[in-house]
Design a protein around this ligand. Structure first.
Ligand code: NAD
Ligand code: TYD
Length: 357
């Protein structure tokens, strides 16, 4: 463990996919730090993901809304927090198409509430330059690339296309403005698509794994030629660690896996892995389940991240190979049915019918 002053970290959205992976990573790596999770436990939040930490002295879970200013003020003060790692968000593009308002509320108003609470607390604490507000954002704010376009850099103009991406862009702009206007020690990261354990079943990789296990059709939007740049969630956590410790306040860092894959190729790979690893699948070979369905409205064609700034300035590169970590992820969904099965609730079935009907 590195020698350093203990930090007191508020992790918003710490019961979600990336937030929970980050909390496990952080508590493991920095056991002297205080970690307080603030999570509303929306449909995407799952307290069971953090149960191994419950009861540990330096960990606390608070169920609550980042839009609740009174609660956020009280937490920042009572816990004397010096760091915010802000993951909480509505995060699924398809849901943002069905209902954008929740995205504006949580992603824009929620971030604005946190920033204002943090600003006032930071002033009261005497404006320590070592405090940090780390805002976790997405590459989707940059819009869509053509097949031969160079990957997104930190200076690519924002051009968000979905309500999700637009709400994240709005939150990024607020963070930037708080740095520019008030000098807050903020950092922004824009990351590509993550995969790994504890991802909610609605996202592509868990959805395909789970549907194969249940013998359900595998919905591929449009022609399946859309490209995403995939990053293992553990690599995202190590990048955030590096940004928090070495990043320059006011800066933005792109984080990506340098692994561009067409959706249909990814689905084929997942089918192959499942066929190899899962005994007694309801349908074998599982690629027989692939079904091309109506495209997502406004579906971005391609994302790709140029992560050379974080590499050259902070020395971070992803450690995981896609082959190894996809295999591990597939195995995780195979062996953690008890984690994902309860999430296939009535509410989820209703959502599923709405999107895929
Ligand atoms: P997720 O949907 O799995 O988790 C979001 C968490 O936020 C949940 O635990 C939920 O309960 C909580 N939450 C929602 N509204 C809240 C509110 N009002 N107050 C408090 N908590 C609330 O999302 P994720 O995939 O873990 O993404 C985390 C962050 O990373 C998001 O900001 C997202 O934009 C960003 N991001 C995600 C990806 C990806 O591939 N998943 C890639 C780049 C960036
Ligand atoms: P997703 O995991 O929703 O992430 P994002 O939309 O943020 O990139 O989807 C990844 C890609 O997979 C995206 O191009 C949409 C596509 N997709 C499908 O083809 N079928 C599906 O059922 C889902 C959920 C996604």
């Amino acid at each position: 463990m590195p020698l350093r002053e203990p930090r007191r970290v508020l992790v918003t959205g710490g019961a979600g996919f990336i937030g929970s992976n980050f909390v496990h990573y952080w508590c493991d790596r920095y056991p002297v730090d205080r970690v307080v999770v603030l999570d509303l436990l929306s449909y995407a939040g799952n307290r069971r993901t953090l149960e191994a930490l419950e009861g540990q002295e330096n960990f606390r879970f608070v169920q609550g809304d980042i839009c609740d200013r009174t609660l956020v003020d009280a937490l920042l003060k009572a816990e004397n927090l010096d760091t915010i790692a802000h993951f909480a968000a509505e995060s699924h593009v398809d849901r943002s198409i069905l209902g954008p308002e929740a995205f504006v509320r949580t992603n824009v108003l929620g971030t604005s509430t946190l920033l204002e609470a943090f600003r006032q607390r930071w002033n009261k604490r005497g404006c320590p330059q070592s405090d940090r507000f780390l805002h976790i954002s997405t590459d989707e704010v940059y819009g869509s690339l053509g097949p031969d376009d160079p990957p997104f850099t930190e200076t690519t103009p924002y051009s968000p296309n979905s309500p999700y991406a637009a709400s994240k862009a709005g939150s990024d702009h607020l963070v930037r403005a708080y740095r520019h206007t008030y000098g807050l020690p903020t950092l922004i990261t824009n990351c590509s698509n993550n995969y790994g354990p504890y991802q909610f079943p609605e996202k592509l990789i868990p959805l395909i794994c789970i549907n194969i296990l249940l013998g359900k059709s595998l919905p591929v939007y449009g022609d399946g030629q859309n490209v995403r740049d995939w990053l293992y969630v553990g690599d995202h956590c190590s990048a955030l660690d590096v940004v928090l410790h070495k990043g320059t306040p006011g800066e933005t860092y792109n984080i990506g896996g340098n692994t561009q894959i067409k959706n249909i190729d990814l689905v084929y790979t997942l089918c192959q892995l499942m066929d190899e690893l899962a005994p007694n699948l309801p349908v074998h070979p599982s690629r027989d389940l692939i079904t091309f369905v109506k495209d997502r409205p406004g579906h971005d064609r391609r994302y790709a991240i140029d992560a050379s700034k974080i590499k050259t300035q902070l020395g971070w590169t992803p450690q995981e190979s896609i082959q190894g970590s996809l295999r591990r992820t597939v195995k995780w969904y195979l062996t953690h049915r008890d984690w994902w099965e309860p999430l296939l609730s009535e509410e989820y079935q209703a959502y599923y019918r709405q999107v895929y009907a």
